[in-house]
Design a protein around this ligand. Structure first.
Ligand code: C2O
Ligand code: CU
Ligand code: CU
Length: 526
């Protein structure tokens, strides 16, 4: 079964057609929120223990290739003490298992869709597409939104892992339902290591810690509550770190490296430590920065990854340090949204190796050495709301589907360098703009240099209110790739376009490697 434009209209009640019915939406949104679990019944911040997602185990390891089998399924999770919440998640856990790989080793991941035929509340059919965000995957393995896998089907994704070390993440990308699928729990991290990074004396092992930050809202019975605010965004009143509300983590008196991912559907953050002390950013979306950057405050929009080092050495045992959020404007605020998690300093003994931040990390990163003079073309992408629809240059993903996937924002030639101007003229919205395939460097933000913490390789940028960014990148790949807003509600309705990297021989078709029926899965060796 293939996804068609007719399907887009069929699912219109929860998709783009809903925008034509603002009154009905507003009415239903009100009744939905009436069922919200009162703030007084939510856990108090820092009362629940911090935990780290498990590392995935390969089902087989061949020469140069690790194979994994991950099932997308419904499960119950005790997120709020005493309540069982229905989640949809990779292997049934929120967040999904962390995949850890070394550069040069290919991974093949079989993602099996065992989700129910209908969403418990919203009633749509959960087709999925899995995107490994941060990977230069071939088009047919990139989680192209319209390359969908239905319940009862599976698809094998192949990841080359040839890029420099970085923090990636995998998440759902199914057309028109990414926001709901991701908010049900379909997120996980993926760590790529390389020799350069492993040789640095930066924190490793138990001191290299994933932080997947998400937000959600619960009904009075402890189920997830869905309110997209008239297709503008989903802003929860509970902050989860690795699936736990406002956890407290015991830390030793040394440096920790946190791989911080904003996995929220719509919420952006501004972090600081309650001590007022600085912390050090060592990595951005696409890996290590050339040089570490010390900051006291930083913004963090959806899908960005920042690797930050916090040094707890100088704090007395018993000290509590809170990671705070000063809530950038145009997010919806609730009590305790100004807190993320706490670090409780202990006097436990610790391993003193890899407890440094070298003065330079990856100065010869090719992306960070790109210069404007190398650019052969400049393109402009304007993110605008038009007739109630979210668009890029006035177009939606439905337009791409209607064009039989020929509509593109541009056709860069393979291996060339371009500058893209990303423009948000609105004062009321912020957009995380993500370009698939590439690692990019921010040249400037409103004509000024990027923030210190952005001086590293990126693949998604914080395009705040009335901001214009120039980014530079090399198109090292071939074929069609998406470019979209990573506020998943905007993405679903329908702020997503594609570009095509062209070469003498055409790139692979993103729809050219379809899912298979689950019934033969057991006989299909990995
Ligand atoms: Cu993380 Cu196209 O997405
Ligand atoms: Cu991506
Ligand atoms: Cu947006």
């Amino acid at each position: 079964m293939h996804y068609t434009r007719r399907d887009a209209f069929k699912v219109g009640l929860f998709g783009s057609a809903a925008l034509a019915l603002p009154l009905q939406r507003a009415a239903s949104a009100k009744s939905v929120l009436d069922d919200r679990m009162p703030s007084s019944k939510l856990p108090k911040p820092f009362t629940l223990p911090f935990r780290v997602p498990p590392v995935a185990t390969p089902v087989s390891v061949h020469d140069g290739e690790d194979c994994y089998r991950i099932t997308m399924k419904e499960a119950k999770a005790e997120i709020l003490p005493g309540y069982q919440t229905t989640i949809w998640a990779y292997d049934g856990i929120l967040p999904g298992p962390t995949i850890v790989v070394k550069q040069g080793q290919t991974t093949k991941v079989r993602f099996i869709n065992k989700l129910p035929l209908k969403h418990p509340v919203l009633k749509y059919t959960p087709w999925t597409s899995v995107h490994l965000h941060g990977s230069a995957s071939l088009p047919q393995f990139d989680g192209y939104a319209s390359d969908i896998t239905y319940p009862g089907e599976y698809k094998d994704y192949i990841y080359p892992n040839l890029q420099p070390a970085r923090t990636l993440w995998y998440h759902d990308h199914g057309v028109h339902h990414t926001a709901e699928n991701v908010s049900m729990g379909m997120i996980g991290q993926y760590h790529l290591h390389d020799d350069r990074e492993l040789a640095l004396p930066i924190p490793k092992g138990e001191f290299d810690v994933p932080l997947l930050i998400s937000d959600c809202t619960f009904t009075k019975t402890g189920e997830f509550l869905f309110d997209t605010g008239g297709e503008t965004g989903m802003y929860g009143d509970v902050i989860l770190v690795n699936g736990t509300p406002w956890p407290a983590m015991k830390v030793k008196r040394r440096k920790y490296r946190f791989r911080v991912l904003n996995a929220c559907v719509s919420r952006s953050y501004e972090y600081s430590l309650s001590t007022g002390d600085a912390f050090t950013v060592i990595g951005t979306d696409a890996g290590l920065m050339p040089y570490p950057q010390s900051v006291k405050k930083m913004r963090h929009i959806m899908a960005e990854r920042y690797e930050i080092v916090i040094d707890f050495a100088k704090y007395k045992p018993g000290t509590r340090i809170v990671l705070q959020n000063t809530n950038p404007k145009n997010n919806i605020n609730y009590p305790n949204i100004d807190k993320i998690m706490a670090f409780d300093v202990t006097d436990e003994p610790f391993d003193t190796s890899n407890n440094e931040i070298p003065a330079s990390l990856y100065p010869d990163n090719p992306v960070m050495n790109l210069q404007p003079g190398q650019s052969v073309a400049t393109r402009r992408l304007e993110l605008v709301r038009k007739h109630g629809m979210w668009t890029i240059n006035g177009h939606t993903w439905d337009d791409v589907v209607a064009s039989n996937f020929t509509l593109v924002v541009g056709k860069p030639a393979k291996d060339t360098v371009e500058i893209w101007e990303l423009v948000n003229k609105s004062g009321g919205w912020q957009h995380p703009l993500h370009i698939h395939l590439v690692d990019l460097k921010i040249l400037d933000r409103n004509g000024k240099p990027p923030f210190a913490y952005e001086k590293g390789p990126k693949d998604v940028v914080y395009l705040g209110e009335n901001e214009a960014l120039r980014v530079i990148m090399r198109f090292d790949g071939c074929g069609k790739y998406m470019v979209h807003c990573h506020n998943l509600v905007h993405e679903d309705h329908d702020m997503m376009q594609q570009y095509e990297v062209v070469d003498a021989t055409p790139g692979d078709d993103p729809l050219g490697w379809r899912s298979k029926s689950d019934s033969g899965e057991a006989d299909d060796p990995l």
